[in-house]
Design a protein around this ligand. Sequence first.
Ligand code: ZN
Length: 242
Amino acid sequence: MLIGVFSDIHSNLEALTAVFDFFKANRVDLLLCCGDIVGYGPDPQACIEQLRSARIKVVAGNHDWGVTGRISIDHFNHLAARAIQWTKTQLSETEITYLRGLPLILDFGPIHLVHSAPSDPAGWDYIHTLDDAAEEMGAFTAQICLIGHTHIPMAVERIAGQRTRLITFNPFSIRENGKYLINVGGVGQPRDRDPRACCVIIDLIQKQVTFHRLVYDYTITQRKIATVGLPLYLAQRLEMGI
Ligand code: ZN
């Protein structure tokens, strides 16, 4: 069984379309999304519609709940906050209700899904380092925990009785006695200086995880950002991958 995992679409329809086309071409059986469908980008409605109509399993991101008022956006930076305010004006009541209803946590077989830190999904902490990740390994009982939020792909493994270590190769194997925390990277606003959309395929039969990077035409997204009047930096950063 192949599971396609993606996160942090941030209203970037061009990047989301590239990821969906890729999953389709690879005959993925199930799609899981680690949240932040909206925020920053110019196509919130279309992105929500793509996920809703395909009945994809999605957990809530801080931007998703920020738009609905379910959490405060006081701590968002000014660019994020401006994009949230604009996004609010674009969505119907049905779409707001959909975002508000997204759960913080989902479980599917050996997989635990959350947007930020599994130890406190509603705290929206960032897991940036190996040390951050190591502290989280006891916070979930599933074999694999999938997260997003930093927009930077990362995978760590803890073999029973050993220290947590960073996985530096791709693809990598899920070992019987291993436990994994995997940040699936960002679709619509990657921040690891690689502008290509990031996604992951997990093969539950072969026990293998593969990160993929997909080229898409971000100049279309950039033009849309300018047209709707969102801050131009949100367009510029797409080509830099920051
Ligand atoms: Zn995000």
